[in-house]
Design a protein around this ligand. Structure first.
Ligand SMILES: [Mn+2]
Length: 355
C-alpha cells in the first residue's frame, strides 16, 4: 500500500491488532493524504476510507488506489465497519481513545455489539515523531515563508500600530508568500502584555521603549512552522535588555547541545539553569515541543521526557522570561535533528532588533 500504512500495520501486528479505526484528521492525512471528513479502517487487508457523498470524489483524488466506502442514512458508518470486521472474522477493533467522545463510544458499544473495543491511540503518533524527507521539506518551506514574512514586517512595523494591526499584517504577508493557512493564531504581545506567554493580540498601541513578542508560523503542505522573535521599539530599559540577553543566552546554549542521542530533558535543563539563575521561576513552560502536521507533537523538550533526540525529529527551542507588570521575551527556532547535529529551519536574526 504505502510505507506509512505498512509501518502502522507492523506496529498493529506487534500489538496483536488486526483492525484499527482512525478518526483523527491528521492521522488520516498522514496515512493516505486524504483531508476530508470520515474515518479510516486499517487492517491486514489494507486501508479503507469511509466517508459520505460530499467527499467521495475528493478521497479518490487525494488518495488514489485507496478503497473508498460511502456511508449514508441507509448504510451507516458503524454498520459498514461491523460488516468489514465480520467478513474478516475479526472480533476486536482498536480505536483512538484520545479522540473518541463518550457519546461516540456508547454508540460504538451499541452498534458494534460482540466486537471488543480496545484503546490503541498513539500508534500513528509514534510513527509521526520521525519525519521523512518530504515532511522535513514541507516544514522547512513553512519556516522559510514565516521568516520571509517577518523580514517584510520589519520594514513596515512601527510604534503607533496596535498589536492587532501587526498581527493582521503578519498573517496577510504569510498568506501572500504562499502559506496555505496559519499553523496557529499569531501571538503579538507588547509591553506589559509580554508577560502573558499566550497573549491574545489586543488594541494595545505599541510604544517606544517596549518589547514586542511575535509567535507565529505558516502552514505549508499541511505542516507547521513555529517561530518567535522579540523586537524592541526604540531604546529599551536596562531591565528589558537584561531579560532579552538572558533569554538569548539560554536559547543559544540549549540550541547548541541539540543533536542525535541527546536526552530531551537535558536540553530543557540547560536553558532552565541559565534563566533560573537570573529570574527564578520566570520561565514557567517547557523549552520546546515536536512540530509536524500538528503544532504540538512529540517529543517534548521538557523535564519529563527522557527520550533521546534522533534524526528526523523536529523540535522547537523556545525559552522565555515573563515578569508580570514588566513584560516578557521569548525566542524560538524550529530545528530538524540530523545525523550530525541539527538543521535550523529558522533563519531570522536573533540579536535584538530596534525599530
Ligand atoms: Mn512553539
Amino acid at each position: 500500500m504505502n510505507r506509512r500504512v505498512d509501518a502502522l500495520r507492523a506496529s498493529m501486528e506487534q500489538a496483536a491488532l488486526t483492525h484499527m479505526l482512525i478518526q483523527k484528521p491528521k492521522n488520516m492525512r498522514y496515512l493516505t493524504g486524504y483531508t476530508g471528513e470520515g474515518c479510516l479502517l486499517v487492517s491486514d487487508a489494507g486501508v479503507t476510507i469511509l466517508t459520505d457523498f460530499r467527499y467521495v470524489e475528493q478521497a479518490s483524488i487525494q488518495a488514489p488506489g485507496v478503497k473508498v466506502v460511502r456511508y449514508d442514512a441507509a448504510h451507516p458508518r458503524l454498520g459498514e465497519i461491523r460488516q468489514a470486521l465480520s467478513s474478516a472474522g475479526a472480533h476486536k477493533l482498536a480505536v483512538e481513545e484520545d479522540e473518541v467522545t463518550v457519546e461516540a463510544y456508547r454508540e460504538m458499544l451499541r452498534s458494534l455489539s460482540g466486537i471488543e473495543l480496545t484503546a490503541a491511540g498513539g500508534l500513528v503518533e509514534k510513527l509521526r515523531i520521525v519525519k521523512d524527507e518530504d515532511e522535513i521539506e514541507c516544514i522547512a518551506r513553512a519556516c522559510q515563508i514565516s521568516c520571509q514574512a517577518f523580514e517584510k514586517l520589519l520594514g513596515v512595523m512601527k510604534a503607533g500600530m496596535t498589536e492587532r494591526e501587526i498581527q493582521l499584517e503578519l498573517d496577510y504577508t504569510m498568506r501572500r508568500l504562499g502559506a496555505e493557512d496559519l499553523a496557529f493564531n499569531t501571538i503579538a504581545a507588547a509591553g506589559e502584555n509580554g508577560s502573558l506567554p499566550h497573549a491574545i493580540p489586543s488594541d494595545h498601541v505599541v510604544r517606544e521603549g517596549e518589547l514586542l513578542t511575535l509567535d507565529f508560523g505558516a502552514r505549508y503542505g499541511g505542516y507547521c512552522a513555529d517561530m518567535t522573535r522579540t523586537v524592541a521599539f526604540g531604546a529599551v530599559s536596562e531591565e528589558l535588555q537584561k531579560i532579552y540577553d538572558t533569554v538569548l543566552e539560554a536559547q543559544l546554549a540549549s540550541l547548541d547541545m541539540v543533536g542525535p542521542g541527546v536526552v530531551c530533558s537535558a536540553v530543557d535543563r540547560r536553558a532552565r539553569d541559565i534563566i533560573d539563575k537570573v529570574y527564578p521561576g520566570a520561565f514557567g513552560h517547557s523549552l520546546g515541543h515536536g512540530v509536524g502536521l500538528d503544532i504540538h507533537e512529540q517529543p517534548g523538550l521538557n523535564a519529563r521526557d527522557q527520550r533521546e533526540l534522533t534524526p528526523g525529529h523536529i523540535v522547537t527551542v523556545e525559552p522565555g522570561v515573563y515578569i508580570p507588570g514588566v513584560g516578557g521575551c521569548r525566542i524560538e527556532d524550529t530545528v530538524a535533528i540530523t545525523e550530525n547535529g541539527f538543521r535550523n529551519l529558522i533563519s531570522a536574526p536573533k540579536e535584538l532588533i530596534h525599530l
